[in-house]
Design a protein around this ligand. Structure first.
Ligand SMILES: [Zn+2]
Length: 331
């Protein structure tokens, strides 16, 4: 356990493509400002002492998840909002085979006159917790489309590592989120792979990049890290005859005490993950991608996995050399 605040970036994946730097704005300031807008005096707004909050304790995957919703001003019922959190927790539980921490808190803020889910941020100090904002006029469909709640909970299942390795924290959450949702049937296989094919090229190293540890752009942090996880997942499955995958590495790391609440050197996590799978892949891949430029033939990999993209949709070639690997990733 540690008292060091774990500063994550605001989680953000969108069409703007710029980094949402963790120093851009701080959460308590954001909250204070939104409350001030509603006419409350600054002196009356200590963090999270909401005037009208609804809360619930969810028991999922062996964990107790305390969920607090800032107000009743949402168009949606609180039941729908709590179910959105529950579904994310079920997806993460399925991937890790348990919820990755025993106790967690999710504090949901409401943004007036807005739609959607934004400003997700997770912390490991004083227990695993996330802050996330839901727009007042968010619809049930928008919550169904949301990736951020699941992404935040995946952060709970990996240790906090030094800043230069931040890509593994964001990249793993970025890669695992659609797979975890796919595994509980919340996303179709076509949707999972279609989105990965569309978004993953953002993580390809540029000629001037000198490895993930030395490139702190938004694209490298989120999608470079996700590319590392995809390559690791496929390679582990190839080397183990498809009996082990990235999830076995992450489960072992989490089982050994690796959660957002602790600070570890990255190597410790990768050693545990490697030992739990084929013995080498994670460490070898880090050697190749951590501090050096590595060429990746992404379109060749999609082809080997049997993913055929045409326009906005993808279809599958079940006779492709790694078709069984593709299927196992989502099963
Ligand atoms: Zn994140």
């Amino acid at each position: 356990m540690t008292s060091r605040p774990v500063c994550k970036w605001y989680d953000y994946r969108g069409q703007f493509g710029f980094p949402f730097c963790k120093n851009f704005v701080n959460v308590s300031e954001l909250t204070r400002r939104s409350m001030l807008k509603r006419g409350l005096a600054a002196a009356t707004i200590p963090a999270l002492q909401w005037e009208r909050a609804e809360s619930i304790a969810l028991h999922i995957g062996g964990a107790t998840i305390h969920v607090a919703l800032e107000s009743d001003r949402l168009d949606l019922s609180t039941g729908v909002v709590f179910e959105w959190v529950s579904q994310a927790a079920r997806a993460v539980t399925k991937y890790f085979e348990k919820f990755p921490v025993q106790q967690a808190s999710i504090n949901i803020f409401v943004a007036e006159k807005r739609h959607g889910v934004f400003h997700g941020k997770s912390f490991g100090d004083r227990g695993a917790h996330s802050r996330i904002t839901v727009g007042q006029h968010t619809t049930e469909d928008e919550l169904r489309e949301d990736w951020m709640m699941t992404h935040e909970m995946i952060h709970f299942g990996f240790p906090s590592v030094p800043e230069r390795h931040h890509w593994i924290e964001e990249g793993s959450a970025t890669y695992i989120e659609p797979i975890a949702r796919g595994r509980i049937g919340a996303l179709s296989a076509e949707r999972v792979w279609g989105d990965l094919v569309r978004d993953m090229p953002q993580g390809l190293p540029r000629p001037s990049d000198r490895g993930l540890d030395n490139t702190d752009s938004w694209a490298s942090t989120y999608w470079g890290g996700a590319l590392f996880c995809l390559l690791a997942d496929v390679e582990i499955r190839k080397r183990t005859g498809n009996t082990k995958g990235l999830e076995h590495a992450f489960r072992a790391i989490n089982h050994a005490g690796g959660t957002i609440e602790v600070n570890w050197p990255l190597e410790r996590a990768l050693e545990i993950g490697s030992k739990a799978t084929d013995g080498n892949t994670l460490l070898e891949l880090y050697e190749k991608m951590g501090t050096r430029h590595m060429e990746v033939n992404l379109s060749g990999l999609w082809k080997q996995l049997g993913i055929i993209s045409g326009g906005r949709a993808v279809s599958f070639d079940h006779d492709a050399p790694l078709a069984s690997v593709r299927a196992a990733i989502l099963s």
